[in-house]
Design a protein around this ligand. Structure first.
Ligand code: SF4
Length: 372
């Protein structure tokens, strides 16, 4: 029989709740950072900020946010934009599926919701790339819907307030945290409340060494009282790192043009973020042979010469990638206008590509090669 999760210790208690809420909201009112997405109730702008902030720091998001809105100021403008232009505006932020989903969702909003981010939770959850957290954040901040958010920051604050041990991401535990977050929420000021909880987690109750002396709710915190604030919540077990070798071909014709591809069945498992990439394949020890075979089978190219370029390191979540680029001189480049694009080698860096592709392009432009 599965072990039942122990129930949460409800902290603050029902009697303490009014004081707890008052203190946190007052602190947020005075101490909140002035962020551009906090100066608006426009659901599109709030949604965009929430998507950009996933896995990405505020400082990194700021310039992208402003530039993106300059290019696509409304949902309709984003829905009209070609995918390439959206990815170009996103290039460098990483996790490109976010940009693709954002554009697909914008099209859906124009098609089915008259260009306005939907007000109901169910309709919001139907949009590509919108999960429970994002829906609750947008609906509460833009429309005042009484929905509590639960992300890593909020979960950490709750875990410390209640001195909760164990892995917070276990489904039963996460559901309990959702219930607790909803209990604490101030329903009439749900947007401010959610932002206050997230702000506390981001600036005071930080993952390592929280600054409890500056915390507005210190007196309610069980972890602080027990001296456990630096050890809770428990660290998640990390996935073991995986080493991957990727052989990539910089095909080059006599005019110094190269080709980028977007394969339907990507032999690299998305290691180039499913953006335009050089023809590439996972390889074993003999990278040149693997690449020759891939070029022959996938692109109909006989690579008479593969000139090894300096390898480069790259990391994608738990995968440690060794990029093994090769310069492959060719008489003509494969021309499939749906799956391949031909461009001067020097322009690859300006194309919407992942940072791994840009590393390979730079290695090719430096061009110190060895014959294989
Ligand atoms: Fe976090 Fe410390 Fe505040 Fe507790 S007292 S909520 S551990 S910052």
């Amino acid at each position: 029989m599965r072990k039942k999760s122990p129930s949460l210790i409800a902290l603050p208690s029902a009697a303490q709740l009014p004081a707890f809420r008052r203190r946190l909201l007052a602190w947020f009112h005075v101490r909140k950072r002035a962020l551009p997405w906090r100066a608006t109730r426009d659901a599109y702008r709030i949604w965009l900020s929430e998507i950009m902030l996933q896995q990405t720091r505020v400082a990194a998001v700021m310039p992208y946010y402003q530039r993106f809105l300059g290019l696509f100021p409304t949902v309709r403008a984003l829905a009209r934009a070609p995918e390439n232009e959206v990815l170009e505006a996103w290039a460098g932020l990483g996790y490109y599926s976010r940009a693709r989903n954002l554009r697909s969702a914008a099209r859906e909003i124009v098609r089915s919701h008259a260009g306005r981010f939907p007000r109901s939770l169910e309709a919001a959850l139907d949009l590509p790339g919108v999960g429970r957290y994002t829906a609750a954040a947008v609906l509460s901040i833009a429309y005042g819907s009484p929905l509590a958010v639960l992300d890593g920051n909020v979960a950490r604050v709750l875990a410390r307030l209640g001195a909760i041990r164990g892995d917070l991401r276990r489904p039963a535990r996460w559901r309990q945290l959702e219930t607790e977050a909803q209990r604490l929420l101030t329903p009439r000021t749900a947007g401010a409340w959610n932002q206050a909880m997230m702000e506390l987690g981001a600036t005071v109750c930080t993952p390592r060494t929280p600054t409890c002396r500056e915390c507005p709710v210190e007196r309610f915190c069980r972890a602080r009282a027990m001296g456990l604030q630096d050890t809770l919540p428990a660290r998640r077990e990390k996935r073991a790192p995986e080493d991957v070798r990727l052989a990539a071909a910089v095909l080059l014709d006599a005019q110094r043009r190269t080709v980028l591809v977007k394969p339907e069945n990507d032999p690299t498992d998305g290691l180039f973020s499913r953006m335009w990439q050089f023809p590439a394949v996972r390889s074993g020890k003999d990278a040149a042979s693997a690449l020759r075979q891939h070029l022959r089978e996938a692109h109909g190219i006989e690579a008479a010469r593969c000139l090894a370029l300096p390898p480069a390191r790259h990391a994608v979540t738990y995968r440690r990638v060794t990029l093994l680029p090769f310069l492959v001189p060719v008489d003509s480049l494969p021309a499939d206008r749906h799956a391949a694009t031909i461009l001067p080698l020097e322009e690859v860096e300006r194309w919407p590509t992942s940072s791994a592709t840009r590393k390979i392009a730079r290695a090719a432009m430096r061009g110190r090669v060895a014959r294989v």
